[in-house]
Write a protein that binds this ligand. Sequence first.
Ligand code: GUN
Length: 300
Amino acid sequence: MEAKILHGKVVAEAVMEGLKARIEKCIDNGIRPGLVVVIVGEDPASQVYVTNKARACELVGIYSETLRLPAETTQKELNELIDQLNIDDRFHGILVQMPLPKHLNEIEIIERISPQKDVDGFHPMSVGRLVQGQSAFLPCTPAGVMEMLAYYNIETKGKHVVIIGRSNIVGKPMLNLMYQKSEHANATVTICHTGTQNMEEHTLRADILIVAAGVPEMIKAGMVKEDAIVIDVGVNRVDDETKKRGYRLVGDVAYDEVKERCSAITPVPGGVGLMTIAMLMKNTVQAAEDHIILKNNGKE
Ligand code: GUN
């Protein structure tokens, strides 16, 4: 049987639609949710991402500004900018697009962002709260995966989830979400990475396989258990002369062959990628709501 295709667009639109009433309520309280996106340098993929983020803000009614800084920006300049944005009341969320140019210290920047404005969920305060099972800003891509699984009623409780990749942006937070004792998690989790031996021994035992390795089409049909659910977080540009722009996007999963074996799969593009931005919008609205509650001294 052909796999069910899990479309990110449908779920992302449902999330965005759900935010509109919450944004109206913020505006009634005198606050329009605001997001500032900072990008340093010219990385072409990052440029596309930040443009899409600004477009989503406009679509849903969030105020946004994109600050484009030259690649030569110094750590001191960036630190000072973050300090200003932390106290700028127009912005409830601050996002610094990663990766930063090599001479800049990402950790230092992440730690400088006010935890109240950490809509990426990268600050150690957010990470710690997530690990401890407290409410926290959740990193957007893994939160998007959770949202998709919930939307399509895919049971995770007691299932064996195998994650490939241990990045701070996807793999680690995905792990931390999946083992939580909460309604849409409660899974048994294995995390594989470049140090893993016999990768397919693990992947073949996955009820749900989540791939965020950044290696084009590394997961072949022979590595997937029959009827597994396959979530492909990879977005890779591969050269393709037949395309006008000279490349095409492929995931970390060999889609055409794996879809013949699994029971459900996310396509690339059109899968998880669209969720990331929707969850960023959600975190920004959450940050604005938290700000309103704080402003009203805890009275809703
Ligand atoms: N680069 C790739 N994904 C992300 C993300 O979710 N947030 C930021 N800030 N940078 C990224």
